[in-house]
Structure formats: structure tokens, C-alpha cells
Design a protein around this ligand. Structure first.
Ligand code: SIN
Length: 287
């Protein structure tokens, strides 16, 4: 199989064409996809009518998968599948219905955050021929690279608190992910470097998000707040973003070290959106 890689033209994102993820991939094809992924930070495949098993098999080539299935999503068989959806059955949400309300990176609140997320579109809302519910991605490596030298120097050695509690406080009524968050109740805050060095490609990435970063260790409160605001704004400048317009049967994979993302809630509850996510573990603690 020879794949083609078509960059989005933005700072991140590329479409991978001519890969058939319904079949096990040979090592050469997988290596090409892996290289493209670590270069472009977000890759997407169109027209892949995958089963959960196909998605699990493909994403597990990147590393061990986390078992994040929610107790509130009894409709999927595999513990590796995390459901993102606005659909309700018997009056109850079948998955996480508010994932992505704020800019964030998946699992930042963990001592060992997720490495990669892969989201597959089973159902997407469509209005007047256009699908709704785009996901916006930002390259935090491009955002870091573009900082002035003086700022890079200022950030050296700084650490930030990533907090589930902070996240909750910003989203009133947050609820669908309680099963996951309850596992981190004992440690609702973790401290990570503000600038991470990517474990695979060595790029420096800003690890600061609207969703999870509550303060910068050792700085006075106002200075910490201002710096977080400045850096989060830097990350999501249009020149560092790629907006993914979903189609049914897309699979989109993103790097949870060098990107952050935010969903668009521009569709009514009457239009079903159903996504299945697999999540590659980040392995060891960051520090
Ligand atoms: C997420 O934030 O993990 C989900 C993004 C989306 O549903 O668009």
C-alpha cells in the first residue's frame, strides 16, 4: 500500500490518503503514517467505515491504549472506546456530551497525560449540506517556536498546575466525565513543565490550556494569570490552528503533547453527533 500525505496548508494537520484502516497495516505503511503523524501533529483519514475493533487495532500500533469507557456508556463493548456524543438513550447521555467545550489537551490533569487521541465520526450533524460540530486544533510547537527569544528564556524551568477542579469551575454543570474524573479525585491537581519537550520528535511545545492550567508555580497570582492568558492566546492564534470539518467515517488523530483542541457546539440537541475515541497512554510520569 502506498499512502499519500496531503498537508492542510495550516501549521498542523494533514490528510492521509489511500490507507485502508479496515485491514491490518504492513510495517512500511504504518511507519509512513507514524512519520506523517509526528510531523503534522494532527492527521485525518476520510471514508474509513471502521468497526471499533479496526479503530482499536490501528490506534494500538502507536502504543498501549487506555481503558476509559465510562460506566454511563453501556452501549459499547470495548473498554478502550470512550464515547463522545450528545445522544441520549432512556433519558441518559450515552457518552461525554460536553467534551471539548474549552481549549484543552486530553489527560493534562494526569501525572502521566495521554499521548495520542483518535476520534472516529460515526454520526455527524448536517445542515444545508454542511456538517456542523467542527473541531479546532492548535499547534503548541508552532506557537512556542514563534515566541520571542526573551519569552522563551522567561519560560525556562517554569512549571504549571493542571487542575480538574479548575476545569470544572469553568464549565457549569460538567457531568458526563465524572467517572473519569473520580479516578483523579485524590490528586485533582498535577504539576507539569510549562514547556514540554516532545518525547518522539524533540520539539518544544507550550503545555498551557484554557481548560486545565490554573496557575504557574512560584509566580504571584496576577503575574501567573496574565502569563497563562498570554500563552493560551498565543497557542490559538489563527496561524497556528487547523479547523477540521467532519464527515461521517473520518478518523482524526492528534498529538496530546504538541496540540490542543476545542469542539464547536453549533448544532442543536436534536441533531445527533456520535464519536468513538481511542486514547494512547503517555506511559511514564512526566517528571
Ligand atoms: C474532545 O475534546 O476530546 C472532543 C472533540 C470533539 O468532539 O470535537
Amino acid at each position: 500500500m502506498t499512502i499519500q500525505v496531503k498537508p492542510s496548508g495550516s501549521a498542523l494537520g494533514a490528510e492521509i490518503i489511500d490507507a485502508d484502516l479496515t485491514q491490518p497495516l504492513d510495517d512500511t505503511t504504518f511507519a509512513q503514517i507514524r512519520d506523517a503523524f509526528y510531523q503534522h501533529e494532527v492527521v485525518y483519514f476520510r471514508g474509513q467505515a471502521l468497526s471499533d475493533e479496526d479503530q482499536i487495532r490501528f490506534s494500538a500500533r502507536f502504543g498501549e491504549l487506555r481503558k476509559l469507557k465510562l460506566a454511563s456508556q453501556p452501549f459499547v463493548e470495548h473498554p478502550e472506546i470512550f464515547v463522545v456524543s450528545n445522544i441520549k438513550k432512556d433519558g441518559k447521555h450515552i457518552g461525554s456530551y460536553d467534551a471539548g467545550s474549552l481549549w484543552h489537551t486530553d489527560g493534562a490533569y494526569l501525572a502521566n497525560p495521554h499521548a495520542i487521541s483518535a476520534l472516529r465520526a460515526l454520526e455527524v450533524p448536517v445542515q444545508n449540506g454542511r456538517t456542523l460540530g467542527d473541531t479546532n486544533f492548535a499547534s503548541t510547537s508552532a506557537a512556542y517556536d514563534a515566541l520571542p527569544q526573551s519569552m522563551k528564556k522567561r519560560l525556562e524551568g517554569l512549571q504549571a498546575v493542571q487542575s480538574v477542579t479548575h476545569h470544572f469551575s469553568k464549565i457549569p454543570g460538567k457531568g458526563a466525565n465524572k467517572d473519569i474524573y473520580s479516578t483523579v479525585k485524590a490528586a485533582p491537581e498535577v504539576i507539569h513543565p510549562l514547556v514540554r519537550v516532545h518525547p518522539v520528535n524533540g520539539r518544544k511545545c507550550l503545555y498551557v490550556t484554557e481548560g486545565y492550567t490554573s496557575r504557574i508555580v512560584g509566580l504571584p497570582e496576577d503575574e501567573s494569570r496574565d502569563l497563562i492568558e498570554e500563552l493560551t492566546a498565543q497557542c490559538v492564534k489563527p496561524e497556528f490552528t487547523y479547523l477540521h470539518n467532519w464527515r461521517q467515517h473520518d478518523l482524526v488523530m492528534w498529538d496530546d503533547c504538541s496540540t490542543q483542541h476545542k469542539a464547536t457546539f453549533d448544532y442543536p440537541a436534536s441533531m445527533p453527533r456520535l464519536m468513538h475515541r481511542t486514547t494512547v497512554s503517555g506511559g511514564a510520569k512526566l517528571q
